[in-house]
Design a protein around this ligand. Structure first.
Ligand code: DC
Length: 222
């Protein structure tokens, strides 16, 4: 039997980077489910489908084949109809489209089996928004990784400044609060901790401290 660990939580809590590192330490496969939504977003963007056009988004699903592969370092590669789109899905446009397509029930249903099948055969750490609640309700350990809106906004603000992107902290904080509100209040797959999840708050922790806390929590509950 393979072991599944679900890590859910709001944007900016450090889920992807931390999950990847923790998976490396445990020799588990890391599955970034946001990349799947981004890939469908990219496909919709390429077809110039309007973000509000639910029927248009649904119509492209029959033309799409998404596969996940892993390179020698264990990094995830996403293939859209055989093309490696791992880099292309990281643009702000793909991100906006990912958010739009992720609110479409048919898209979520389309990705469900793909996500579940990976966890059937491999030990996985899967990160997303609804992994513990919907995708892998029987996951061995469920972590809800969070940090205060102020901390997440400050982390993003510093990242932007380091990359030379000019921004104001107050604006980043407003965006974080807006995105949280949307994620929590959407009708389909709203962001919420599974009843049997363990909430870890990394507001007061640095990266290494957060990683150690996650590893300790997994080891105590596996
Ligand atoms: O984590 P991310 O930024 O790569 O996610 C991209 C989008 O997909 C984001 O708008 C949230 C959505 N998403 C989702 O609805 N469910 C998941 N399991 C993962 C991501």
């Amino acid at each position: 039997m393979s072991i599944a660990i679900a890590i859910d939580g709001p944007a900016g809590a450090g889920k992807s980077t931390l999950s990847r590192k923790v998976a490396e330490e445990l020799s588990f496969i890391y599955v970034d489910t946001g990349a799947l939504y981004r890939t469908i977003g990219l496909a919709a963007a390429r077809k110039n489908i309007n973000k509000e056009d639910t029927n248009g988004i649904v119509s492209i699903l029959s033309e799409i084949k998404i596969e996940l592969a892993f390179n020698d370092e264990g990094a995830q590669i996403v293939l859209l109809n055989g093309e490696d789109v791992s880099g292309l899905i990281r643009t702000p446009e793909a991100s906006m489209y990912a958010s739009a397509v992720s609110a479409v029930p048919e898209v979520r249903a389309f990705l469900l089996d793909l996500q579940r099948n990976i966890a059937k055969s491999e030990n996985v750490i899967m990160d997303g928004r609804d992994i513990g609640t919907v995708v892998l309700p029987d996951a061995k350990v469920k972590i809800f990784l969070t940090a205060s809106a102020e901390t997440r906004a400050m982390r993003r603000y510093k990242e932007n400044i380091e990359k030379g992107i000019d921004c104001r902290y107050e604006e980043v904080l407003r965006d974080v609060n807006e995105r949280d509100y949307k994620d929590i209040h959407r009708d389909i797959a709203p962001l919420k901790p599974a009843d049997d999840s363990i909430t870890l708050d990394t507001s007061e922790l640095d990266f290494e401290g957060s990683k150690q806390l996650i590893l300790k929590t997994i080891k105590e509950n596996i």
